[in-house]
Design a protein around this ligand. Structure first.
Ligand code: TTP
Ligand code: MG
Length: 349
């Protein structure tokens, strides 16, 4: 069974600005071109949810956004703040979000600066995937002070539509058996690939919802026939070259027994070493471990050696050193059981 997640940050650029500038908090914020008192050219990159109440949205001409804000202000509403934006910062924040996702999934597709697909099939059930999604949302908020929306579904198509279903700060889980019904009441524009032109053509024929579309035959819409039934086989594409080798193990039941934990760690190191040995790489420099507790809190710890290494003993020893604090109060004061262990080597040459 496939379980795919899709994360999309809420009002991303504007949310980052609001986070970093106290005086913007709770105010309508628009990131985009300079409005130049209404004479500005260019468009809105994004608006926060407060500004969206005024009708401001992505891709709207900035002059139009200015007018909407002026009108709102005349009606006694809060003044809008226009910002040019800081793309390097957004990229940086994006990188941190992706890193969080990668600690929960081995397969992450960065679809844009503020959205990613991630594979949770190994979790085995939609219930488990939902717990992971909650953890991810908590961690994104805890570390970055930003909210996001996540959709979980049997494929990329459903995951993406689900993440958009309740925004902001949403979490929507659609199981495979519910996917088809989930889509039926939606306006056809929600189906990726159906743009404003296609929408207009269908609208003239009285086709407005996905359910209306389903009455058409396969010949009439060959490209969308499967999609509108919730089916999608597209795979996730991990762009970056990880240049790392990792193995992890989820225990059948959560474990506290140090002997079993240490044995498992050693096994994982052994498996990583075997793959390293068979690979084109000759040495590694960073060893890291991953621990997920019974409550899904996930920690990674890494150590970079003074120089490149290629020895199995070193890998085992480093993994062990990183892990030992998790057996006592240093890293596990509440004595939580452990759900997952992972070992990784990086900085491969
Ligand atoms: P989106 O995810 O489409 O929008 P958003 O994150 O601002 O709002 P939400 O997801 O809550 O509806 O796009 C992500 C970022 O990409 C957005 O913050 C700014 C940028 N962007 C543009 O620069 N121009 C655009 O036309 C769009 C749609 C987005
Ligand atoms: Mg977004």
């Amino acid at each position: 069974m496939r379980i795919i997640g899709h994360l999309d940050m809420d009002a991303f650029f504007a949310a980052v600005e609001e986070r970093d500038h106290k005086w913007l908090q709770g105010k309508p914020v628009i990131v985009g071109a300079d409005p130049k008192d209404g004479a500005g050219r260019g468009v809105v990159s994004t608006a926060n949810y407060k500004a969206r109440e005024y009708g401001v949205c992505s891709a709207l001409p900035i002059s139009r956004a200015w007018k909407l804000c002026e009108e709102a202000r005349k009606n006694g509403k809060a003044k809008c703040f226009f910002l040019a934006g800081n793309f390097r910062k957004y990229e940086e924040v994006s990188g941190k979000i992706m890193e969080i996702l990668r600690s929960y999934s081995d397969l992450v597709e960065e679809a844009s600066v503020d959205e990613a697909y991630f594979d949770l099939s190994v979790e085995g059930s939609f219930e488990m995937a939902e717990l992971i999604a909650k953890k991810i949302k908590e961690e994104v908020f805890g570390k970055e002070m930003l909210s996001c929306s996540i959709g979980i579904g049997p494929n990329k198509l459903i995951a993406k539509i689900a993440s958009d279903f309740k925004k902001p700060d949403g979490l929507t889980v659609i199981k495979e058996e519910d996917a088809e019904k989930f889509l039926e009441p939606m306006p056809i524009r929600k189906i990726p690939g159906i743009g404003p032109k296609t929408e207009a053509i269908f609208s003239k024929k009285g086709v407005k919802t996905v359910l209306d579309l389903k009455k058409l035959s396969q010949n009439e819409l060959p490209h969308f026939y499967d999609k509108i039934r919730g089916k999608d086989e597209a795979i996730l594409i991990q762009e970056y070259d990880a240049k790392s080798i990792s193995e992890e193990n989820t225990f059948g039941t959560d474990v506290r027994d140090p002997v079993l934990l240490l044995e498992t760690l050693k096994d994982l190191a052994e498996q990583v070493y075997r793959r390293f040995h068979a690979s084109k790489y000759k040495s590694f420099r960073t060893v890291s471990i991953k621990i997920r507790f019974e409550n899904f809190l996930t920690k990674t710890r890494a150590h970079t050696l003074a120089k490149q290494a290629s020895n199995k003993k070193i890998l085992e020893r480093e993994a062990m050193k990183l892990f030992l604090p998790f057996l006592d109060s240093r890293e596990n004061p509440r004595k939580w059981k452990i759900r997952l262990l992972g070992v990784k080597i990086e900085k491969l040459t």
